[in-house]
Design a protein around this ligand. Structure first.
Ligand code: F6R
Length: 612
């Protein structure tokens, strides 16, 4: 959470920082601010609300500086307000700092500083850390760099910080632990950001800073050190990302653009890995570690939110195809339990951003216990990708809409390929079934495209039900995780209360909610559970609930039971979730739009949950 940007070089810093903040706004949008340094003058401007409000407030201000830092905030300590917005200035006014993360022991440090006479202008942990650094610098009469190093060794929690100093006209000092930082290398200039999106239009050469590293960044020089003050050679990576990928490209919102991109993102995910005609799946991350995967005693899947739903779908698929026991864990629970991890367990970590704090810590814990970590990650070069021993990228491209859509279908496609690959090597799948599933999987992009052609039908359904106050989503088997995902999407994007259940569980409680005002979305495609779910539809109909069903083309039974229905092309039941989720993504989008919600930046959310 929180987006940070920095620039030092020959250009004016403000336009670079502002544009960067707009690109990073998906990470938080409670308030934003910039600090600009020119001629020994350190100016800090900040504003509650979205970046556009800061931009407005900046009209007429001195924005000529060639060094600057900027921040867009997702509030942790202190309400969203001007005074809690970053950057913060140290008590002596000499330093300005932005921070993404949480300093967990800030209260103790604050108490100590207060006893020494420090006062605070905000409620943030960031201001505490900055004054802690100032205090160390004064007491030790050392450089700012040294003071930062000492302070960071004493704090617990997560941070990515950028600091500029009044008396140091061209230097940004940055450090990270647990929150991401990328440095773009230009000619006589450097760019710093939480991800590469603010950087790609200027340079494709970047350095991903690692935990416990500190960067001293000047226009012509990048020095990387560890907290022990030893120099580290920066590892320069080439960005494989185009500017168009992070722009709306004619769509009204990133979310709808990303929903409509799915035929090509799924195609990209399968490309070069799956060949149905030749009958193989090639994934180096799997092939290179096949013994470990095939001989796993157990697979533990660790993730959060939508990625957790992909994990739940994978549990059903892997157990069916590979006959390996699977458990799916919320990262936030796993990290605080005392989980039993055996030698021979394989952990599959699923994450779009690759920066989710709970998932990272859970993986570190599992790694310490000797587990083998396989990452299914979208953001290339992200922390989870780097923590993993092996893995497979989802190749969905940058996902900017806060609600995850194309990354989810990418996760399902990757996990399906991983399962098929393991099953083939393990001999737990017949050759015929293997080829059948390969064929079906290869057809997914065109089937998704066919669903999207009928998006207007979903729009009409959304208009009809937009005023409902509650929704129920029901599915069975492979489509149960999709019921959970449909409910989560609707909650996030429309603020309508929604719950997902296995359809049969309905009778154990949720059925009490059913009346003529309750829309119940059934994911009722043709599979082994079809007759059962039809019975569940009868039960809802008998209680006058409004039935919206997602059905397989040609189904003649479900339409009669439904108030509204949407047909999807027929596919294998194991692959159906990649198709059935698409109309549910569209439903949440269109309901959100009809209700006037800012769907790309719904309230209280942030794209990348880098705090626990
Ligand atoms: C929902 C959504 C979140 C994320 C969750 C995990 O639309 O996007 O629930 O899925 O925060 O994030 P990643 O996948 O980045 O670890």
């Amino acid at each position: 959470m929180c987006g940070i940007v920095g620039y030092t070089g020959h250009r004016k810093a403000y336009p670079v920082v502002l544009k960067g903040l707009k690109r990073l706004e998906y990470r938080g949008y409670d308030s934003s601010g910039v600090a600009l340094l020119k001629d020994g003058q350190l100016n800090v401007y900040k504003k509650k609300g979205k970046v556009a409000e800061l931009e407005e407030a900046m009209i007429g201000k001195d924005i000529d500086a060639c060094i600057g830092i900027g921040h867009t905030r997702w509030a942790t300590h202190g309400e969203p307000s001007d005074r809690n917005a970053h950057p913060h200035q140290s008590a002596n006014g000499k330093y300005a700092m932005i921070h993404n993360g949480i300093i967990e022991n800030y209260a103790l440090i604050k108490q100590d500083l207060t006893n020494k006479g420090y006062t605070f202008t905000s409620d943030t942990d960031t201001e505490v850390l900055l004054n802690f650094i100032e205090d160390i610098q004064k007491n030790n009469n050392c450089s700012l760099e040294e003071a930062i190093r000492i302070a960071l060794k004493r704090v617990t929690g997560a941070y990515c910080i950028l600091i500029i100093e009044q008396d140091n006209p061209d230097t940004i000092i940055a450090a990270r632990k647990g929150s991401p930082l990328v440095i773009g290398i230009g000619k006589g200039e450097h760019f710093l950001a939480s991800d590469a999106s603010p950087i790609i239009e200027y340079t494709k050469e970047v350095v991903y800073v690692n935990d416990y590293e500190l960067a001293i960044v000047k226009p012509d020089e990048l020095i990387l050190k560890n907290l022990g003050n030893e120099k580290i050679t920066p590892y320069i990576t080439k960005l494989d990302m185009e500017l168009a990928a992070i722009e709306k490209g004619g769509y009204d919102h990133f979310m709808i653009k990303e929903i409509f991109e799915q035929p090509s993102t799924i195609f990209d995910c399968l490309r070069g890995r799956l060949d149905a005609k030749e009958g193989y799946i090639k994934m180096s991350g799997v092939d290179d570690h096949i013994e470990q995967l095939v001989n796993a005693n157990r697979i533990l899947i660790i993730a959060c939110g939508t990625s957790w739903h992909a994990g739940l779908a994978a549990e059903y698929i892997i157990e069916e195809l590979c006959r390996i026991p699977v458990e799916v864990e919320y990262a936030s629970e796993f990290r605080y339990r005392n989980p039993i991890i055996h030698k021979g367990d394989v952990i599959i970590a699923i994450s779009q951003s690759g920066e989710t704090a709970d998932t990272i810590v859970a993986l570190e814990k599992a790694k310490e216990n000797g587990a083998f970590i396989f990452g299914v990650v979208n953001a290339v070069g992200s922390s989870i990708a780097r923590i993993s021993h092996a893995g497979a990228y989802t190749h969905a491209g940058p996902e900017i809409g806060v609600a995850s859509t194309k990354a989810f279908t990418g996760q399902l496609a990757v996990l399906m390929m991983v399962a098929l690959n393991i099953a083939k090597h393990k001999g737990s799948i017949t050759t015929d079934r293997y080829s059948e599933l390969l064929n079906e999987l290869e057809q997914v992009p065109e089937k998704v495209a066919a669903i999207l052609k009928d998006a207007d039908q979903i729009k009409s359904i959304a208009d009809k039900y937009k005023s409902a106050t509650d929704f129920l989503f029901l599915g069975r088997g492979y489509n149960f995780p999709i019921a959970l995902e449909g409910a989560l999407k609707l909650k996030e994007i429309s603020y309508i209360h929604a719950e997902g259940y296995p359809a049969a569980e309905m009778k154990h409680g949720p059925i009490a909610l059913v009346d003529e005002n309750l829309p119940v979305v059934f994911i009722a495609t043709r599979d082994v559970y079809h007759e059962k779910i039809v019975s569940n539809m009868q039960e809802i109909k008998a209680r006058k609930g409004k039935i919206i069903s997602i059905i397989t083309e040609g189904d003649t039974i479900s339409p009669d039971l439904s108030n509204d229905y949407f047909s999807i092309p027929s596919t294998d039941e194991l692959i159906a979730p990649i198709l059935t989720v698409i109309p549910l993504q569209l439903l949440s989008y269109y309901v959100g739009i009809a209700k006037g919600v800012d769907v790309d930046k719904p309230r209280n959310l942030a794209k990348s949950v880098t705090v626990e």
